[in-house]
Design a protein around this ligand. Sequence first.
Ligand code: BTN
Length: 332
Amino acid sequence: MTGGPARILDALRRAGGQTCSGEVLSSQIGVSRAQVWKHVESLRARGYTIDGDPGGGYRLSGVPDRLYAEEIQIGLETSWLAKEIHYFETVDSTNRVALELARSGSSHGTTVVADQQTAGRGRLGRSFFSPPAANLYTSIVLRPRIHTAEAPTWILAAAVSVAQTIEQTLGKPRDVAIKWPNDVLLGGLKTSGILMELGAEATRVDFLVLGIGVNLNIDRNQFPAEFRDRATSLASHSGRPVDRLAFARSLYVNLESTLDVCAERGFEGVRADFDARFQMRGQSVSVFGLDGSELRGIALGIDDDGALRLQLESGDVTRVIAGDVTLAKESH
Ligand code: BTN
């Protein structure tokens, strides 16, 4: 939002809950009182609760539960991430939009956020369930100076940031875990997925698009039947609704600092934070490859390039670059 409505909103906010007369607003903003009223009406149409009328003045008494750029950016303590935010009430996929922005030259940290996706993309050609006004769907354009082989470690770094944000939001629950490579679990159930797409020239990354979906306020019963026993949300887990704006701000702050470490020191810099949440280490797991093949073994840990090290039943150790991992006792 820009122009008159943004300036009126800013003035009402600065009034700190006090009523502002139409006259004061009109002289502060430099527009007629009729235009003040028009801007107030357009703010109301965006979901802001503004008490009053042209005669008695106006007071901001409520902000909508929307991920509007201007709301996220209030008090956002980042230096490069989410400085430019493209907000959509409904979009097919924030990753699709971010890829377009990246291809047309958008800078490091450009962020796309939506209240609903109609064709949310998941890994391996799957879809990501993205109902309106409940969760967070965001994609960030990144331009790290890295080799394509290093790109997977940025997914792991993002998973660490999501896990940290969930922990901060819920007050340090013990049951936040990262499921290699890109899911964050709460109490063993998926609460977040990450999808990275990239543009490269030969082996040099031109841009990464980091797409993150976090189930915040959706009721578990609303998940499609096929996910219901595998997925949850922060609110379903904790019994408390989550402030989506506050969550988005903390996520961007955590992401910025973790990605800065990753850019400077590689995965080695985030390894301790990753390992602390990687509960599969030492467990018997099944890894399903992209071709449907299955490998069974013990998860030994993560290599510096983000690959999973797996000790096979034969005793040999192999590296897995991509796939879906489940604990061996679970069914796929
Ligand atoms: C997965 O779990 O397979 C990855 C899911 C990634 C979902 C996010 S939501 C925001 C961004 N836009 C998309 O279309 N996908 C990612």
